[in-house]
Ligand binder design. Structure first.
Ligand SMILES: [Zn+2]
Length: 161
């Protein structure tokens, strides 16, 4: 019998709030550019693969405060549907891509990244896959999100594209 390939790594199976103390690579205690650079550097296995598809775990907020924050932090008149969807799910993951993931993740961690991470700030860098071209990362980003949705059925996985 062939052993089934592991579908998701162990760190995906433990929500950050169950890790005590904070897991390695938390973004709540380590959010400077140099600390993020160290975390990102650990994931690089090929110097010629420069395009990152990254997964952040984000902090949950109750629906009421998520709605209030969305109206205040985003330039919107009504609360977007994803805010409510995410607030009703405990585990929140964000999948993004960048050729400069250190800067991009730092921006996410300091409320200057995506709308999603302005409302649900990242607390942990879960994963980075590296790809050789921008086209590869654009193709792999939605696949990564689909894979996580399939295997982590209670997680809300944001992948705005
Ligand atoms: Zn922490």
């Amino acid at each position: 019998m062939i052993l089934e390939e592991k579908l998701v790594e162990d760190r995906f199976l433990t929500p950050w709030w169950e890790a005590d103390p904070c897991p390695d690579d938390c973004l709540c205690h380590a959010s400077s550019q140099s600390e993020i650079s160290r975390m990102v550097g650990k994931t690089r296995d090929n110097p010629y693969f420069n395009h990152a598809v990254y997964v952040l775990e984000c902090r949950h907020r109750p629906e009421k405060s998520a709605k209030l924050l969305a109206i205040n932090a985003l330039d919107v008149k009504s609360v977007p549907g994803w805010v409510i969807g995410a607030a009703r799910s405990e585990r929140l993951l964000y999948v993004g891509l960048s050729k400069r993931p250190v800067t991009r993740i730092w921006h996410h961690a300091t409320a200057r990244g995506a709308n999603f991470t302005k409302v649900f700030p990242p607390v942990r860098l879960l994963d980075i896959d590296w790809h050789p071209t921008l086209a590869d990362s654009y193709r792999e980003e939605p696949k990564k999100a689909q894979h996580l949705r399939k295997h982590l059925d209670k997680a809300f996985v944001s992948q705005p594209g």
